[in-house]
Design a protein around this ligand. Sequence first.
Ligand code: SF4
Ligand code: SF4
Ligand code: SF4
Length: 445
Amino acid sequence: MSSQVAREPYVLVADKGLDAGVARLTDEKIAKVIGAVLEAEGGARLKAYVDTCAHCGLCSEACHFFHSHDRDPRYSPVGKVKQTMWEILDKGGNVSPEFIGRAARVAYTECNLCKRCAMYCPFGIDIAYVIGLMRRICHKLGVTPQYIQDTAHSHSATMNQMWVKEDEWIDSLMWQEAEARDEVPDLRIPLEKHGAEIMYSVIGPEPKFRTQLIYQAAVIMHAAGVDWTMPATPGWDNSDMAMYSGDYEIMGRLKRAHFETAQRLGVKRIVMGECGHAFRSVHDVGNRWLGWKGEPVPVVHAVQFYHELLSSGKIKIKDKFGEAVTFHDPCNIVRGMGLHEMGREVTRALCTELVEMTPNREHNYCCSAGGGVINCGPPFRNTRVLGNKIKAEQLAATGVKTVIAPCHNCHGGLEDIIHHYKLDMKIKFLGDVIYECMEKPWAEA
Ligand code: SF4
Ligand code: SF4
Ligand code: SF4
């Protein structure tokens, strides 16, 4: 039925990285790279998925792109695989440069690797894995969107995604410490404290654009009496766009640097700020690619950490946030780690009323920024917001004015959706609400 609906013609979004990459391709190079990636990295998992898929289309209902594009089969999970990996397998790797240009757009910008569809496939086929492998081929072919490639280059050169130099990083922390000391005179942001209980790590954009989050984290740590430190060296950035560009070699270097920094400092565990994709990389993908059985230093996401601080009474709430809020479940910590109930317990401890989106928890729709799509930059902003009309409807149906999202990328994606669909809503991190509502003994002294 849906395939009979007249469809808008597919418009190829111009992107310097993709277009220049395609212009450099030859048929021989494509066949060689595809052959090498499939032989070395395709393996039994890809074969099992390809052999098992019944082409039933049940996964379509799972995807926000499919719903937001009037059930256009081109945007269904299996439709995206058909336009990419299956065509490659059918043709034995003999596909044209133009095909690679289109397949790269599908893989990098029309799938958030959110894994919602894997829950709706009767065989549990993980389309995100197949699309990730397609990205790997595109990366090896040098056909990558310009913005995400720039980010991966920055990671490679500076070990953080924002070209923050070592002295700028230290300056930013000292600046936030000085600001916070106006509020809490004896507050410190401990740098290079060997043997501390916790190393606190953040994503590259925090010292660049969201320094208030470092300020707030320092106040929370101080109030809770936590023995913590931050590193003064590269290794502080836990984010990972190389994981999403398909550059697994850089991903491995980043994860190694992050964990080796924690080991050098001799901390007992790493606490991460509120980021979903960084957690996926540090907790799961990066470790596995390095061949490690688990994390060499235990990693705790901010949601888990806040839960611990609130339930142990180390942080006390003075006045709850007085407006009704809704809670956005970030895929990477919910489908990826099952933190949905913990996120709600923290939210309920902070707010007077929680109104659920429908569907929610592990069935929640992605914000459409995930999987590095937001990092593909302004050329693909419309791809994201038009591909997630259903999220706007889901948000609007709650009737509340505040959405809490414990993930940086979700913030970026939801901000664009709220702006584009003119929703009267604002977005907060859990840390924002804790900072606003917690007891601050120094303020009463
Ligand atoms: S965006 Fe999510 S639901 Fe849609 S195909 Fe990709 S992984 Fe599946
Ligand atoms: S991935 Fe699963 S749900 Fe989707 S078409 Fe294949 S078998 Fe059906
Ligand atoms: S950005 Fe947020 S909602 Fe989107 S895939 Fe990542 S964690 Fe999920």
